[in-house]
Design a protein around this ligand. Structure first.
Ligand code: 6R9
Length: 572
């Protein structure tokens, strides 16, 4: 059963004519905005902050920051001064040099962004970490990348195993009452008095920018390295997909520990000179709606897990806030269930635009654009200038409607440049030296829309039918009792695999045999008999990553008593 499309919208959009622009776009156009076009050299921090501070945007707010204790704003001019101070502070209290890896391990705060961009001004490669990481996760990442410095807080520093990391020379601490020693630096003691003048380190466009560690299903996390050149795609996709204009107030809810929180949390908006809201602290539906109302957020980029939680908080709550400034809502990280799109259309009176990309792609690749029709459940169409295809395991392109490997033609601007320390792993992503193979399985329809089916490892083969877990999960979510669902294939001597669903119930519902049957019938009738889960197990909560992805491999490992693999990115 296909859900009805939300029709195309007319209006003044940056990407007003997808087909026309997609047919002839050349990334060289977007390059012209950056310094290297004139000087051959570049620096993300210059392009995202200083060049606006030196322009008419000087007094425009770059950052609104709010948490339980703080409520601050900084113009581009102030950001330039603060990041210059941070760069001077870092430089004079360490022997950090261009290309060195510096990690950031702290809760969101203005200082996180000052030091991140200060480090970029020095030409360092920044490695953002989730504040919830424990010692083992920190050790793996710093050790693998030979990190020289880390910025953290007195509360978190005990999780940094300094003694076991001989290359880690400096720990910068952001907090109060800090006792310095040979290797620790009290950031707040030096930051305010450091000079606000700094000459950025001019870099080549292939020099390093950020190093994001992502966990695969097996082995240790891999360090995905991005180059300065990624900024071309950050800038241009934000223009087309986030549809930024000069007046926008933009809020990306992602933490910088996740690639979304760097690429689209700060790089993409600031490259465009867009005012950006950052909210610290924990998620609460009330706090989130309040933030949209207080700042008059116009463009909002979040994730399915967050939308599902908001959905769970009820429609009545939405009505208590004035959300009328919202004009463009987007999602990334997981398949966006049609049910969520329907809900968004109803309560926000806005379409939620799904976007697909990965840490390895560095920026958006398949998207729903403001002017195009949305087919709920589809990721949308490729970003102009990027060639996407469905290929078989030999790298041959498959025709429409056939499920296969979602692949991208090598060479898009924000493509990862290395897996740190692991060239073999890097090479293993590419087929025929032409296709980057994503590990996701999908198909393309006759109109060029892409439909996500699952991670290749997650696709279920049951009685000879291929079933994508996402389709089953989405159907399950439409059942009134189901709050969250994770679906796996469970080996079965007769059917190859059977479908097993793990379900968290909406408050007020109790597990029962009757409910199991009711849910099974619901999927049978709404989707297909072979897609109905033969087994349903109720859970209070499903295992998820810190970016909100349901960890099907963990469900599977639990079910089959297998090792769960790397769990460092799993939420508490
Ligand atoms: C940005 C980000 C990448 C994986 C990706 C896919 C899943 C992301 C999605 C989506 C369906 C979408 N994913 N966006 N699946 N629809 N719109 O999420 O990066 O954390 O590296 O994850 O997330 O499976 O391969 P990352």
């Amino acid at each position: 059963m296909k859900v009805e499309a939300l029709p195309a919208v007319s209006g003044e959009f940056n990407l007003h004519n997808y087909e026309e622009i997609a047919s002839g776009f050349d990334w060289k156009e977007a390059e012209k905005e950056f310094s290297w076009y004139e000087t051959g050299k570049v620096n993300m921090a210059h392009e995202a902050i200083d060049r606006h501070a030196d322009s008419d945007r000087k007094n425009k707010v770059a950052l609104y920051y709010k948490d339980q204790h703080r409520n601050e704003s900084y113009t581009f001019y102030e950001m330039k001064r603060m990041t210059n101070r941070a760069a001077n502070m870092l430089k004079s209290h360490s022997d950090l040099e261009k290309g060195d890896r510096m990690f950031i391990f702290m809760p969101r705060s203005p200082e996180l962004y000052f030091t991140m961009f200060g480090a970029l001004k020095m030409g360092l490669i920044v490695g953002p970490l989730f504040e919830a990481f424990m010692e083992g996760a920190i050790y793996d990442r710093l050790d693998d990348s030979d990190a020289k410095a880390i910025i953290t807080t007195p509360e978190l520093v005990s999780r940094v195993p300094f003694d076991k990391l001989p290359n880690l020379k400096t720990i910068f601490l952001v907090g109060e009452n800090i006792e310095e020693n040979d290797h620790t630096v009290d950031v707040m003691k030096y930051l305010p008095n450091s000079s606000d003048q700094f000459e950025v380190e001019w870099l080549d466009k292939e020099d390093g920018l950020v190093l994001h560690y992502t966990s695969g299903s097996t082995g240790k996390p891999k360090g995905v390295l991005h180059a300065q050149y990624a900024m071309v795609q950050h800038l241009q996709t934000a223009r087309w997909v986030l549809d930024f204009n000069e007046q926008d107030i933009y809020w990306c809810t992602a933490d910088p520990g996740w690639v979304t929180g760097t690429s689209y949390g700060v790089f993409a908006p600031w490259l465009n000179g867009t005012t950006t809201v950052i909210i610290g602290g924990r998620f609460s539906p009330e706090g989130w709606y309040q933030a949209i109302e207080d700042y008059g957020v116009t463009v909002w980029y979040s994730a399915p897990t967050a939308f599902r939680m908001l959905m769970g908080a009820g429609d009545a709550l939405v009505k208590e806030y004035n959300l009328s400034t919202l004009r463009h809502v987007l999602s990334v990280g997981e398949p966006l269930n049609p049910e969520v799109i329907r809900w968004g259309a109803q309560v926000f009176e806005r379409r939620i635009h799904d976007t697909w990309w990965m840490t390895e792609t560095g920026a958006q690749v398949i998207c729903n654009y403001p002017a195009l029709a949305i087919k709920p459940g589809s990721m949308g169409k490729p970003v102009p200038g990027i060639k996407v295809a469905i290929v078989d395991d030999q790298g041959n392109e498959l025709p429409a409607n056939q499920m296969g490997n979602l692949a991208i033609e090598k060479g898009w601007p924000s493509m990862m440049r290395q897996i740190w320390n692991n060239p073999e792993k890097y090479e293993s992503y590419f087929l025929k030296d032409k296709w980057y193979v994503s590990g996701d399985s999908a198909y393309k329809d006759e109109e060029g829309y892409y439909w996500f089916q699952g991670r290749v490892d997650d696709v279920i083969m049951t009685s000879g039918e291929r079933v994508g877990p996402f389709e089953v999960e989405s159907k399950l979510l439409e059942h009134p009792a189901v709050a969250e669902a994770g679906v796996i294939g469970k080996p079965d001597p007769v059917r190859g695999e059977i479908i097993k669903a793990f379900v968290a119930l909406v408050e007020g519902y109790e597990p029962s045999e009757e409910l199991i049957q009711d849910i099974q019938q619901f999927v049978k009738k709404g989707l297909a008999a072979h897609a109905a889960p033969r087994e349903i197990e109720f859970k209070d909560k499903l295992p998820k990553t810190r970016s909100g992805k349901i960890m099907r491999r963990v469900l599977k490992a639990w079910e089959l008593d297998l090792p769960t693999g790397d769990l460092s990115t799993m939420e508490d």
